[in-house]
Design a protein around this ligand. Structure first.
Ligand code: NAP
Ligand code: ZN
Ligand code: ZN
Length: 348
């Protein structure tokens, strides 16, 4: 077993605090890498607070993980000691169901192993995430990370990146499309970057007027303050796609009004409770609502390679792990520009 240092919550009421635990010894197909940076996703906060139910404690969050390989198993072919490596939201899956075979491991029919707050494929060993100094993962669930990009700013690609890249890809968003990004946070700012890279006209829909200049710097063409009825009216029936990244309760009917005929509202934010939906808003215009969950392993590697070629990373604020609870408080207030990333050497 490998002695590991991390930060964990012991129950849904507690703050994150130092916690030591053990990871499995490196098996024949495993890669062990020391974690250099880990992004802070709003899902980490939802899960430590047990917003979605079923939380497993103690919980070590973190699924935007990058670092350097320090050990490989005897059968590992894709990695060697010294390589950069990354892991996102998945550390294993059954690999035999139709979805796994299609590279959609996030929809594994037998239940994927989440990087934390989940179980290994034995369905009884809990998983622990990236707010820790080292991790052991089967090589099939380890991604290659380019040395051309800033490593700390690459970490958020492992969740915020793939979660926004994947729906834009499967919906074919590109030139000639009007794309709205609802919520300019960690996911939202990546959706803007990918939307612009794919050639769409991108509008940010935000509750925060003070994010306008940032939105434009990120490449957005328009910025709409959603609390202003006049601004909202100006984009009624306008968008082909809305990517909804909002983490809190909100009225999606108000945004469905902004879709053009045959437009699509893409749910990727996961508020803790159900939406109220008026079907007429969809019926008058043959509009759709679709959901999207992170992305599978092949597409995650494709996204990382696309980012390396197109020089795309996240805009980050690097933090000391001792300040993680304060970072969560700021995230709840929407005060993140635009992703916190933990510098893991501060864990020492
Ligand atoms: P984040 O950085 O906190 O950004 C969320 C943004 O939503 C905020 O910056 C804010 O943007 C907007 N917002 C917050 N509260 C709002 C409210 N009450 N009404 C309207 N807008 C509000 O969070 P994130 O890390 O991007 O994650 C966003 C959501 O996606 C979370 O629920 C997370 O769990 C989920 N998620 C889903 C997947 C998936 O696979 N589907 C993957 C990762 C994360 P403005 O200031 O611009 O309004
Ligand atoms: Zn995430
Ligand atoms: Zn499967």
């Amino acid at each position: 077993m490998i002695a590991t240092k991390g930060y964990a919550v012991q129950d849904a009421q507690s703050d994150l605090a130092p916690w030591n635990f053990e990871r499995r010894a490196v098996g024949p197909h495993d890669v062990q890498f020391d974690i250099l940076f880990c992004g802070v996703c709003h899902s980490d906060l939802h899960q430590i607070k047990d917003d979605w139910g079923g939380a497993i404690f103690p919980m070590v969050p973190g699924h935007e993980i990058v670092g350097r390989v320090v050990a490989v198993g005897s059968h590992v072919k894709k990695f060697k000691i010294g390589d950069l490596a990354g892991t996102g939201c998945l550390v294993d899956s059954c690999r035999t169901c139709d979805n796994c075979k299609e590279g959609l491991e996030q929809f594994c029919s037998n239940g994927f192993s989440a990087t934390y707050n989940g179980m290994e494929q034995d369905h009884k060993t809990p998983t622990y995430g990236g707010y820790s100094n080292t991790i052991v993962v089967h090589e099939d669930f380890v991604l290659h990370i380019s040395d051309k990009l800033d490593l700390a700013a690459t970490a958020p690609l492992l969740c915020a990146g793939i979660t926004t890249y994947s729906p834009l890809k499967f919906l074919g968003v590109g030139k000639g499309h009007k794309l709205a990004v609802l919520g300019l946070g960690g996911l939202g700012h990546m959706a803007v970057k990918f939307g612009v890279a794919f050639g769409a006209e991108v509008t940010v829909l935000s509750t925060s007027p003070n994010k306008e200049s940032d939105a434009k710097k990120l490449g957005a063409h328009k910025f709409v303050v959603t609390s202003d009825p006049i601004q909202l009216q100006s984009v009624t029936g306008y968008f082909d796609f809305i990517v909804d990244t909002v983490s809190a309760q909100h009225d999606i009917n108000k945004y469905i009004n902004l879709l053009s005929v045959k437009g699509t509202h893409v749910c990727i934010g996961v508020p803790p409770a159900a939406y109220e939906l008026y079907p007429a808003g969809l019926i008058f215009g043959r509009k759709s609502i679709v959901g999207s969950l992170i992305g599978g392993l092949p597409e995650t590697q494709e996204m990382l390679d696309f980012c390396a070629v197109n020089n795309i990373t996240s805009d980050i604020e690097l933090i000391d792990i001792k300040n993680i609870n304060e970072a969560y408080d700021r995230m709840v207030k929407g005060d993140v520009r635009y992703r916190f990333v933990i510098d893991m050497k501060t864990l020492k």
